[in-house]
Design a protein around this ligand. Sequence first.
Ligand SMILES: Cc1cc2nc3c(=O)[nH]c(=O)nc-3n(C[C@H](O)[C@H](O)[C@H](O)COP(=O)(O)OP(=O)(O)OC[C@H]3O[C@@H](n4cnc5c(N)ncnc54)[C@H](O)[C@@H]3O)c2cc1C
Length: 546
Amino acid sequence: MLSSEAFDFIIVGAGSAGCVLANRLTASGRHRVLLLEAGPRGRHPWLHIPLGFGRLFTDRRYNWCYATEPQPGCHDRNVIAPRGKVLGGSSAINGLIYIRGQAEDFDHWRQLGNAGWSFGDVLPYFRRAEDNERGADEFHGAGGPLAVSDLRDRHPLAIAYVEAAVQCGYPRNDDFNGAVQEGAGFYQTTMRGGVRASTAAGYLRQARRRPNLKVVANALATRIVFDGRRATGVEYLAGDAKRSARADVEVIVASGAFNSPQLLQLSGLGPASLLKSHGIAVVADAPGVGDDLNDHISGRIMLRCKEPITLNDAVRTWRGKLRHGLHYVLTRRGYLAIPAVSSACFIRALPTSATPDSQCSISLFSAQTIGGELHPFPGVTGNCVLLRPESRGHVRIKSADPRDAPAIHPNYLATRKDCETIVAGVNAMRRIFRAPAMVRHIAEEIDPGAHCDNDAELLDFIRRRGSTTYHPVGTCRMGQDPKAVVDERLRVRGFAGLRVVDASIMPAVVSGNTNAATIMIGEKGADMILEDAKAGTSGRDVVRAA
Ligand SMILES: Cc1cc2nc3c(=O)[nH]c(=O)nc-3n(C[C@H](O)[C@H](O)[C@H](O)COP(=O)(O)OP(=O)(O)OC[C@H]3O[C@@H](n4cnc5c(N)ncnc54)[C@H](O)[C@@H]3O)c2cc1C
């Protein structure tokens, strides 16, 4: 290919995983790395103020603002599907919750045949990434690039929610990322000093000072270039200008669970019939690329509160906005420093579940639509996430134009067990909101409301109003079976010089939020890439294995 510039590694996507890779692959100074990011650099204050997550839901400057295809399990609604489009990717717009998942999630990945991915194997990478303000212990790290902090303020409603859960018989849990996840407590967050800690801040800021890293923002990768079965470079659009760059060692796709399979499909790796229908030359018929989309659906209930002590009340007037804005500027505390949810109870809603199957949280605000106007009265939201959905969907290109959004079909609530579990979880969460510590604060449940009092109606409500928790994974799934896209070293099966390193490789979504696990994947992926580069085996053995 014609190219003015050659690099050892090209990373496509500067998100949670991409920024980790950019940092770790440039640390030794030995490798020249190009980091391509479709979004801008992102200096806007809302990218740094924690409460910005609410603002960024619908901001097309920093968010792809995708929506799913009509979902049969959700009354044919197009469910919103935000994704970060800026340095830091989704870690720059997310809800700031630091939850890794359960040890059993990673042990399950290992049991599927993925050597090196048991909890014992990945814990060192979680710890290496982490700078937990509580300090280091068996489960946590200190001094890493990712700031993890306790809530700056414990709001009375967040405290009441934990007390109410304890009144319902759940144990207290001071560390959801410690020995056990089950129980009620307060979240830790990816912020420090009241400021968001995205991977752009934690990993990329430091790496950008290195002369061997080139970061190109506003650069949309359009195609991976191959020489036979070896990836040799990337073509991209910088504005309207077509550019290309050469990768002498590897191309690493880190574009997230929607865009990584999209880029592979645009490059000729995917289901042959799909590619042919869009006039794309087939490099490899890989039916697994874009398949097995696994995402968290949640049931959200809305409650009106008795006292005006919620975010709804704090920012209703300009005077309130100014007062809380000033408070934040002066102290980095208060409502502008809150994450999306404040406290939680991890619950085994089904008696048959060995570990928590539901993550039930409280948000200190309420709104009719996600990211929409807050209610004009005091309100909170209860959010119950179905932690291990069985339902699987897919991501497929809709055209050969890289600027077109792919078709996203998570196939929510497609199995009976998913439906039973989420109904049981929402019922358990409603009981917490009815316990004495919470009843003191709650005037009424407004959505779905007390009239909704049986499982069938509740399931219908969840189908009508439920939403993603923004944790899509699995579309470039790691595994040993013929449909798996990458192997346990994250090498694209059947290709040399090509890996996928991001949330899309997860064989199944973790029982929690996905940023921490994706950063872990970036950390572990970087080690494997450097090991293979040192041994001079980057991808060669994979071609043989195809
Ligand atoms: C609204 C929201 C709230 C969330 N809340 C939480 C939370 O509270 N806690 C938590 O743990 N997780 C949360 N998540 C999930 C978590 O942030 C993601 O799972 C994680 O960031 C995914 O990382 P990634 O590296 O796979 O992809 P991303 O971080 O999305 O990065 C992909 C990057 O690739 C870029 N890109 C895509 N295509 C191309 C292309 N063709 N060329 C160049 N660049 C490209 C994108 O612009 C993006 O910057 C949330 C996500 C969202 C969207």
